[in-house]
Design a protein around this ligand. Sequence first.
Ligand code: ZN
Length: 231
Amino acid sequence: MQGLPENQIVGSILDAIAEQRLPAGTKLGEQALSDLFGCNRANVRRALATLAAQHVVELRPNRGAYVMTPSPKEARDVFQARRAIERTIAREAAGRATAGDIDFLRRNITDEARAKASGDKPAELRASRDFHMRIAQIANNEVLHRFLSELTMRSTLILGLYSQHGSSSCAKDEHARIVDALEHSDKEALVALTDRHLRHLEADLNFDARPRSPMTLEDRLSLSRDPAQTE
Ligand SMILES: [Zn+2]
């Protein structure tokens, strides 16, 4: 399955969205994608339909596909859904984390801090998302894991659009406290810390800010021929 052209396109676009290389509103031209990936337009259309089903791409009649631009209402809905799901995940994860999980999460916090210090935004965003997804994995519920995967992707778009401080990643000390609670199987603390962490992320959103202007697809997929033209 992974080798199919449409799966490669889906994977590349999701990676680019997760790292904020493809911000909300970017046009995803069928011809451009088929040229970039060396596949036919039927593959591209299937990929775009898959991404639309995950609510990260919007198909506009007669205009084509665009990276979804979540409205303020959608942004609030996504964070409310994340709180509901991640509280349940926290409850399930408490008491299940292995020493390997705790090691992974502590290394992840260090990696994220290092990426942030060196200004490596894509690595910082990747680490931040990996942290939340690892806890979902510990909770061992595939359905919640899949929901959270979609919601964290949509969160990245939302944070890219509305985050006041241009920061899209998570506070380091909050992650550290979450790992402490997980390590001590402190279910109540884990749920409370998770909830508070997500409320902090949401509180940083400013819906009065002018959305940042999108760039072209070629540039965002790091395949640009002439970035100067598109900046
Ligand atoms: Zn976080």
